[in-house]
Write a protein of this length. Structure first.
Lengths: 321, 313
């Protein structure tokens, strides 16, 4: 980025429409012919390819997320067998033509388990992103608009934020029976404070905007101001935040399942498969490898999507991070 | 200044009170009967009653919370349901490996992350910058246990350079101690490095546009001096802030890293407690780590005035 123009002490006398501040009179005529070269005509690509070239992160992330979504939806039709079918005769087989990803120590087909595991990961990621966004939106709006409650709400959020999210989820899971629903609830509670904080800060800065003042001056009532003027403007940062929440929820779910505090072992999830492969990883690394690879690629895809959306929705932020 | 320090320290009290209230009331607000969940499926009604009594669930909430807070303030974190040992003693036994792991990771991550963040900002929008930022996205995306297994497989099993599990106490010498911690610290540090490097780059880009940087450059200060003395000093506040906030990642990640590398620390204690549903132990660990996190961020807040003398309270 160029440094801001410098206005010298002599600028007021020397100033004329031909010499912009910062461009010395000696250089100005020479610089003019260069302009066409510096500002090459913008040639926006047409169609889907052009769009993808302008937003590579969204394109790559989006395609990968879509692929995972399709895998989750069509898991039964992708050459999988029953992911819970035991077969003690063929335990811990290496990957082969018959068992693409090998088998685990109970003889279950890892390829099928990993594909079905996509369902758990995506369900947890998307549900937590939705629920945490909705709850965070509600809390952030209350905090930003009903200032009486702000102090109390933010103190509670400060307290919740001081508990490291994984430990918070662990504490919640220790007291409930393991189920996908409880995992989603636990991770959502751990994520709400961050979303609420974001919404609150956006609401507080929007409240000072002239268009909100104008709406209030025109006699718009508070609920309508929120609905028409505040909510639409929180949408962009919320979308970006939701993708990050989704990515983080997938990691936390895998971690919870990996340490035995998440999805019950009867449901194949990536964290569970890795937890089962833990004891054998030095001799049979393939059991851990495949779920780990799927998890990493999925989280990476969601993070790329988030980064791409952030850059596309808020170009000012794009330069900074 | 002194006034501010005291006010800031006092401000941590309500935060810790919320943490304590939340961790404590979970027993009461958890859906279903926590005593039955903790007792497990094979428990007799008598077992459930015994656990209910030992958790104090048979007495009123406020009285129980008062007693419990009083105990916690005196360093008594309760008694484990499973081992009947005091939780504080169990944690004290396991604290050294965890503290070592976190200290080594913190030191290593900060030494790596800040320079690469500075380089990324200096060479903004070049191949080096892109590569560093791509690494940062990767660091955010690949979960700590995946990195742990990959590192352990490559450096532990394939090359056989470093041990892949266990822990040697510091008392047995620095060499064996650090040898066991290198791979876990590398694994745990990745996400932390990504976070700090990204923030360093952003803060540096902001500072590099300031007038005083141009003045310093005009005076003929060398590139390294410019970056690491003039610019980094002014970019320090957000960097230190994110180091404090990132401690949450470090604490959560430590639990998992200890599981991957079989380190007998607090993470291992937590995982064992989950399997046995030993809630008092989990409660104690959550309280302790939240306290550590709050204190770290308090210290971070207090360093602002040192890092940036313009900040006055």
């Amino acid at each position: 980025m160029n440094p801001p123009p410098v206005i010298t002490a002599t600028a007021p006398e020397a100033f004329s429409p031909a010499t912009a501040p910062g461009v010395s009179t000696v250089l100005a005529p020479a610089a003019a012919p260069d302009l066409p070269e510096l500002l090459r005509p913008v040639a926006p690509g047409r169609g889907l390819i052009g769009w993808a070239r302008r937003h590579p992160a969204i394109a790559i992330g989006g395609v990968l997320v879509l692929a995972m979504l399709l895998i989750a939806l069509f898991a039964p039709f992708l050459g999988t067998v029953d992911p819970t079918a035991l077969s003690p005769a063929r335990r811990t087989r290496e990957p082969s033509a018959a068992f693409w990803f090998g088998t685990d120590m109970l003889g279950r087909d890892i390829y099928s388990r990993v594909l079905y595991g996509t369902r758990v990961s995506l369900a947890v990621g998307f549900s937590v992103a939705m629920l945490a966004s909705l709850a965070g939106l509600a809390i952030g709006l209350i905090s930003g608009f009903m200032r009486r409650f702000d102090g109390l709400i933010m103190r509670v959020m400060d307290g919740l934020m001081s508990i490291p999210p994984i430990l918070l989820a662990v504490a919640l899971m220790a007291l409930t029976r393991g189920s996908v629903g409880n995992v989603i609830t636990a991770i959502t509670i751990a994520e709400i404070p961050r979303v609420s904080r974001l919404v609150r800060s956006v609401v507080l800065s929007l409240r000072e905007q002239p268009f909100v003042d104008a709406a209030v001056a025109a006699g718009t009532r508070a609920p309508m101001v929120i609905l028409r003027h505040i909510l639409p403007n929180t949408l962009a940062p919320m979308t970006v935040q939701a993708t990050y929440v989704c990515a983080s929820a997938m990691i936390v779910e895998a971690i919870l399942s990996f340490i035995g505090a998440g999805t019950p072992p009867t449901i194949p999830s990536w964290g569970n498969i890795m937890a089962e492969g833990r004891a054998l990883w030095q001799v049979k690394p393939h059991i851990v490898f495949f779920p780990a690879a799927f998890l990493s690629v999925t989280v990476l895809a969601v993070n790329l999507l988030g980064d791409g959306l952030r850059d596309a929705l808020d170009p000012r932020m794009a330069k900074r991070l | 200044m002194m006034n501010y320090v005291i006010r800031r320290i006092l401000a941590t009290i309500p935060v810790m009170a919320v943490v304590a209230l939340f961790v404590f009331s979970l027993l009461y607000i958890a859906p279903g009967d926590p005593a039955a969940v903790i007792a497990g499926d094979q428990a007799t009604p008598a077992d459930v009653e015994r656990i209910r009594a030992s958790l104090g669930l048979d007495r009123p909430f406020l009285i129980r919370f008062g007693e419990w807070s009083w105990q916690v303030l005196h360093g008594d974190l309760g008694t484990s349901i499973f081992t009947n040992l005091p939780v504080a003693a169990m944690i004290a036994q396991r604290i050294e490996p965890t503290l070592s792991l976190m200290a080594v990771t913190l030191a290593f991550a900060v030494t790596v992350a800040v320079p690469i963040g500075v380089v990324a900002a200096w060479r903004a929008d070049t191949l080096i910058d892109r590569a560093i930022m791509a690494f940062a996205v990767l660091g955010f995306s690949v979960p700590v246990f995946v990195i742990g297994y990959v590192l352990a497989y490559v450096f532990g099993l394939q090359f056989d350079w470093l041990p892949v599990q266990g822990y040697t106490p510091f008392a047995e010498g620095f060499g064996p101690w650090i040898e066991n911690l290198i791979l876990p610290a590398l694994a745990l540090g990745c996400v932390y490095i990504a976070l700090i490097a990204r923030t360093t780059r952003a803060a540096m880009l902001e500072v590099m546009q300031q007038d005083y940087i141009r003045t310093a450059r005009a005076k003929g200060i060398g590139q390294a001096g410019l970056l690491f003395v003039h610019a980094l000093k002014n970019a320090a506040v957000p960097i230190v802030t994110v180091i404090g906030i990132g401690m949450a990642l470090l604490i959560g990640g430590a639990v998992v890293t200890e599981t991957v590398f079989a380190i007998p620390g607090i993470g291992r204690l937590t995982v064992d407690a989950i399997l046995r549903r030993d809630y008092p132990v989990i409660q104690g660990v959550v309280l302790l780590f939240s306290f550590v996190y709050v204190v770290v961020n308090l210290v971070v807040d207090l360093t602002y005035t040192v890092l940036d003398p313009r900040i006055r309270y």
